[in-house]
Design a protein around this ligand. Sequence first.
Ligand code: GLN
Length: 543
Amino acid sequence: MSATIEQAEAPHQTFDTLLVLDFGSQYSHLITRCLRGLSLYSEMLPCTTKLSELSFKPKGIILSGGPYSVYDADAPHADPAFFDLGVPILGVCYGMQEIAWRLSKENVARSNEREYGQANIMSQRHNSPVDRLFEGLEDAMQVWMSHGDKLNQLPEGFCTIATTQNSPFAGIAHKEQPIFGIQFHPEVTHTPRGKDLLRNFAVRICGAKANWSMSNFCDQEITRIRNLVGPKAQVIGAVSGGVDSTVAAKLLKEAIGSRFHAVLVDNGVMRMNECQQVKQTLAEHLGISLTVVDASQRFLDGLKGTEDPEKKRKFIGNTFIDIFEEEALKIEKKAENTPNAGKVEWFLQGTLYPDVIESISFKGPSQTIKTHHNVGGLPQRMIDGQGLKLIEPLRELFKDEVRQLGRQLGVHEDLVMRHPFPGPGIAIRIIGEVTPDRVRIARQADHIFIGMIREAGLYNEISQAYAGLDTNKAVGVMGDQRQEGYIIILRAVRTTDFMTAEAYPFSMDFLMNVSRRIVNEVDGVALVTYNVTSKPPSTIELQ
Ligand code: GLN
């Protein structure tokens, strides 16, 4: 019953949906991302998906790029049934080669000249419906290419709609059916008008409505959750003070009121005043039923003597689940004799779409594709052991969409724009042993650094920032006395996807002021450094 409701009201049932079939390109998800940014709803599925497995009819299909050559023996191919569905199809790079190859194996071959990087295309006008892909765009456009194969010849029934110097078939269109192929990647920012081309495909060719908005999604999601959970069941969820868990919690509160229970576990390695702030925001401001468990001593005792970062992570993760389980049972007991009595049947998880994409993206014929479930650090033991069902209201959303949804739900802007914070908290920003004193130092230094970033108006320009702590001590001189103290490692990065990142270019004055304040105000610090290494080769967190 509940599964049917979920199916009936999933976004792809109510919003016109563009389906991206992923052939393994590192940019595939950007197609979905770009369409969403244009208020067009899109979902990505692996290229191995069969039409019969879809529970919705897409308005159009985009075949992504991919690292294979269509003529390779183990190359992935789309289910031919998609071509008989009668909806428009756009092939991007590998996707175009796939369209050509299925019509004749002679159509695609290895090219002598690889094209990688910028190229200039000329689109050709036919004064016919096939022009719609380039409608409103300049005849000459800059695009971004990355291919080693090419179309040898025009597939039967197609005409050329764009060329480059190297590629006589940089864009093709079927003369009668709405089937298009482009050799370049419209989804990357290096193709400046790529967005408009994708909009042309979705709106002008597929006729999709651009109605994907957070206010529409929000209303629909609240109704869906209400139906899914039913009139009696209880839902529990962990909150951390981060934007994802807060927005998910607020959505549940809107849907089922006090039958949703948020649990905040203070693990002793949260940021300064964080526990208090989360309590204020969730319980007082957002009206969510919140249990705060102060387990800081249990965590700090358990961390004693542990230096290995993986061991720290494991310990914190496992202890967290133990405590959470204990609390869940208590909550169920407490509700027993109240009007809210009902079993805790659901577990709320703030999984985001990038986690889903990561788990389903096509990694090639030789690798098994991971399943959709259990992404994003889910305490599987709870689901299995207590028979809980998962509720993941954010699993279709990208981070910026979660932020919009948060605003929609009245979550305060400061929280909506908050930098990500790792589950194991400050523990992985402290190299070496986590002792109460070292937590104090890292916490105070971080508080000063973040405060100064805010005062300088830089917080929203930076994607993530913190002060970490080294194991080594340096010698300093304070008040004419030799003073040994720890080394603080500041980190601030800019990134769009957290996959790659650059250090933020602070002014030297700013850094010197931060250093001065930290050394003066935080007992036990001798010197402050700024980590300028990009990711890769470094990472954003210290450990
Ligand atoms: N592997 C194919 C080629 O090299 C497709 C590349 C792509 O989709 N970017 O042409």
